[in-house]
Design a protein around this ligand. Structure first.
Ligand SMILES: Cc1cc2nc3c(=O)[nH]c(=O)nc-3n(C[C@H](O)[C@H](O)[C@H](O)COP(=O)(O)OP(=O)(O)OC[C@H]3O[C@@H](n4cnc5c(N)ncnc54)[C@H](O)[C@@H]3O)c2cc1C
Length: 417
């Protein structure tokens, strides 16, 4: 049986960044990555793909060119983890032994949790930039959109890049204006969330945009069903008093109605959503997941990123059960902490490095405009640039469209970021 000093599950943003950073510090370490896919994606640009301003093919690279040369690539799915025996079982049945394990599998999309979503996605102008199959369909649907209700929504589960459902809304609204479609379009944001954004001063900036651009918002609206053929989104209102008034003139114009069981129906001519998300099933069913977490994320200390019960297991990125916003920007700060702490662990020293919850959300507010929200575990603004990024700016758009992708491929994934 093959044994590795460090075994990484997942060759996405987190797995590759950790591998590259680790080998820069310890070039002779015996490291392997388990990753079934031969392609790697820069997912943050899928928002721009959906808005027709980025080529999908530019978000895709060969995994073989990204996995550091001295790392052994195990091209298979991990199917089972036994942290008591330090073993990972692959889908072909083979077992791999590890001294330290890094769990970096990202999330699993559970389309089937919302009835109608799995059947409808990719048809009837129902789309999602969250999936590589549909980001281009978003753009096709926007181009063929002839007016009516453009609805932007999201599921009740935590999602990666929580700002992405809004980013495409602001881009679409701008696109409608530029192309003479805005007059006969209602732009609607319906969310189970309670606020437009949880961190000040970005919340105020976004509320202003929503008001100035006449975007209709519905908070406390939990998406429970999609009726693809009828083009209807069905919601449960999670807080009394937040049910829309169907006698209100604006709601009548939007065609909103309430069924006898209290469910709110919002008709759409275009619908963008995000899939419900959780840890992959094999993680959820493993001893590594948090006992009280319905989504099964990996139980790690939120500062050291070391597992709370299995000290030779670390986790970062979207699958880690840490209360930060799940983004690539968070991984950029988590990876050096995981690497430093693994090295300390292997040397039997005490773990000293800490992650403080940094995450960032580049909120594109139109073609050529973006604000950059940076914050930490306390939801306090944590700016890294010496400029005010809380208002939409052109230079932040340049950052999003050109600088960050360059930085990702050339610095972060090479362990230089
Ligand atoms: C539309 C959209 C917009 C976004 N915008 C931004 C943004 O503007 N800024 C930002 O910072 N972040 C953004 N993100 C989030 C960012 O892309 C993710 O947070 C990041 O890619 C997560 O990295 P990860 O390594 O945890 O997971 P991933 O990059 O998803 O990688 C997980 C890897 O694990 C592999 N894997 C899964 N299961 C197994 C298994 N059983 N065995 C072995 N391997 C397995 C997968 O094949 C995959 O390669 C966005 C995401 C989306 C979808």
């Amino acid at each position: 049986m093959e044994k590795y000093k460090v075994l990484i599950i997942g060759g996405g943003t987190a797995g590759i960044t950790v591998a590259a950073t680790l080998l820069r510090k310890q070039p002779k370490l015996k490291v392997a990555i388990i990753e079934p896919s031969d392609k790697h994606y820069y997912q943050p640009a899928w928002t721009l793909v959906g808005a027709g301003t980025y080529k999908f093919s530019d978000t895709e690279r060969d995994e073989k060119d990204l996995i550091p040369k001295s790392v052994h690539w195990i091209r298979d799915y991990a199917e089972d983890i036994d942290p008591e025996s330090n073993l990972v079982t692959l889908s072909h049945g083979e077992q791999i032994e590890f001294e330290a394990l890094v769990v970096a599998t990202g999330v699993q999309y559970n389309w089937n949790i919302i009835p109608g979503l799995e059947e409808g996605i990719g048809k009837h102008s129902i789309t999602s930039n969250y999936d590589k199959k549909y980001a281009t369909y978003t753009w096709e649907s926007l181009k063929s959109f002839k007016g009516g209700n453009a609805v932007f929504t999201q599921p009740h589960t935590p999602i990666k890049c929580g700002g992405a459902p809004q980013k495409i809304m602001y881009l679409a609204e701008h696109y409608f204006r530029k192309n003479g479609k805005r007059e006969n379009t209602n732009v609607i944001f319906a969310t189970p969330g309670t606020v437009i954004f949880g961190v000040q001063p970005f919340k105020d900036a976004l509320l202003k945009i929503v008001k100035d651009r006449n975007i209709h918002t519905f908070f406390f609206h939990k998406l429970v069903e999609i009726r693809p053929e009828q083009q209807e989104a069905v919601y449960e209102v999670t807080k009394p008093g937040h049910q829309p008034d169907v006698n209100d003139q604006i709601n009548q114009k939007l065609g909103i109605r309430i069924e006898s069981d209290g469910k709110v129906i919002i008709p759409f001519n275009f619908l963008h959503t995000a899939p419900p998300q959780s840890a992959p099933d094999f993680i959820k069913n493993s001893p590594l997941s948090k006992h009280d977490d319905p989504y099964g994320y990996v139980e790690v200390d939120k500062h050291t990123l070391q597992h709370s019960r299995y000290p030779n297991v670390f986790s970062l990125g979207d699958v880690a059960g840490t209360p930060n916003a799940k983004t690539g920007a968070a991984i950029r700060k988590q990876a050096p902490v995981v690497v430093a702490n693994i090295i300390k662990f292997l040397e039997k020293g005490s773990l000293e490095d800490r992650y403080h919850g940094y995450s960032s959300c580049p909120i594109v507010t139109g073609y050529g405009k973006m604000l950059l929200a940076e914050f930490d575990y306390e939801n306090k603004a944590a700016p890294s640039l010496p400029i005010d990024t809380s208002k939409p700016r052109w230079d932040m758009w340049i950052l999003k469209k050109y600088l960050l992708p360059w930085f990702y491929w050339n610095r972060m994934l090479k362990g230089k970021g």
